[in-house]
Design a protein around this ligand. Structure first.
Ligand SMILES: [Zn+2]
Length: 314
């Protein structure tokens, strides 16, 4: 009996070592959407570690001791750049002596957009065009003006995927074929996702709405959606009375079908704003805060956005 028990244990250990330990590469990724792409590319080779778990926002996260340990032991760290993840700026320069640090924000070829500004009516001014790459010399002055929520366009996700494949292949050449094959599979799925979302979003492209914070312009540009403005300018600041008046004005003039809250933040302000009006409340989750980390998360996150948008705006 005992012998059989040990045999089962041994075969289980062999099974796990075959599927999970094809590489000793220690990869750490800051936020769920990027962690999802890295997990897909490393599928069958190793599992990358995630810093921001659960229902947390990168805009106001603070590093825990266990995160610091992860960073210290990492070979490669992927993060979203200092516009998105202020909490990582200092730790990355002090803790990570041996790691290769890759800022997704700085990957060549991304379609980037400046942050939008609100005009005197409280609506976004048009920013239709994309910025091409930020050059190194312009980088420091320009980067604070660029919107870092760039994963919400599948075209950018493809460019990010290709770069991750290259970084991992360089670091771990023994597995380069596997990284490439996984990367190609993800790109095929990203193309399918993009087609699907284009078709889904067509019927709501003339419906106007507001969001809690300006996180969605990459998605909105890609799929021609009409977000008129955000409730907050900075998530960590109080919302001013004049901003609330402008929003109330837009609601009065029937310029808004729906206001979208986010799972990480209190929904009280939005509930107060729409009380007694015909405006509906929806929830958009730009980072997958309620989704399980892993290769599927990116695709679920993007589809969930389309489901929430359609449910509230149709
Ligand atoms: Zn954000």
């Amino acid at each position: 009996m005992k012998v059989r028990f040990y045999l089962v244990i041994i075969s289980l250990l062999l099974f796990f070592s075959q599927t999970n330990a094809d590489s000793n590469l220690n990869v750490v990724v800051s936020i769920k959407p990027y962690h999802s792409l890295v997990s897909g590319i490393m599928y069958g080779i190793a599992s990358p570690k995630l810093l921001l778990k659960g229902n947390l926002s990168p805009h106001n996260y603070s590093l825990k001791p266990s995160d610091a340990e992860r960073l210290q032991n990492a070979d490669i760290i992927f993060w979203g750049g200092e516009n998105l993840e202020v909490f990582l700026v200092k730790p990355l320069s002090s803790l990570t002596k041996k790691a290769k640090v890759v800022s997704v924000f700085e990957i060549n070829g991304l379609k980037l957009k400046y942050f939008r500004h609100l005009n005197h009516m409280g609506k976004y001014e048009n920013h239709e065009s994309y910025i091409s790459n930020i050059s190194n010399t312009q980088y420091l002055e320009q980067q604070s003006t660029v919107d870092p929520h760039l994963w919400l366009d599948p075209e950018n996700a493809k460019i990010i995927t290709n770069r991750i494949v290259n970084v991992l292949s360089e670091f771990d050449p023994e597995n380069d074929k596997k990284y490439q094959i996984n990367g190609e599979k993800i790109n095929v799925r990203l193309n399918e996702l993009d087609k699907e979302l284009s078709a889904e979003m067509r019927e709501i492209s003339n419906r106007t709405y507001l969001v809690l914070h300006d996180a969605y312009q990459y998605y909105e540009s890609r799929y021609n959606l009409k977000n008129e403005g955000s409730i907050t300018i900075h998530l960590d600041h109080f919302i001013g009375v004049s901003r609330l008046r402008k929003v109330q004005n837009m609601i009065k003039k029937n310029e808004v079908f729906c206001i979208f809250a986010e799972p990480q933040y209190s929904q009280k302000i939005i509930e107060t704003l729409i009380k007694g009006t015909s405006v509906k409340k929806g929830i958009l989750d730009p980072i997958g805060s309620n989704l399980l980390p892993g290769p599927e998360l990116y695709f679920d996150l993007m589809k969930n956005l389309s489901i929430s948008l359609k449910a509230c705006l149709n």
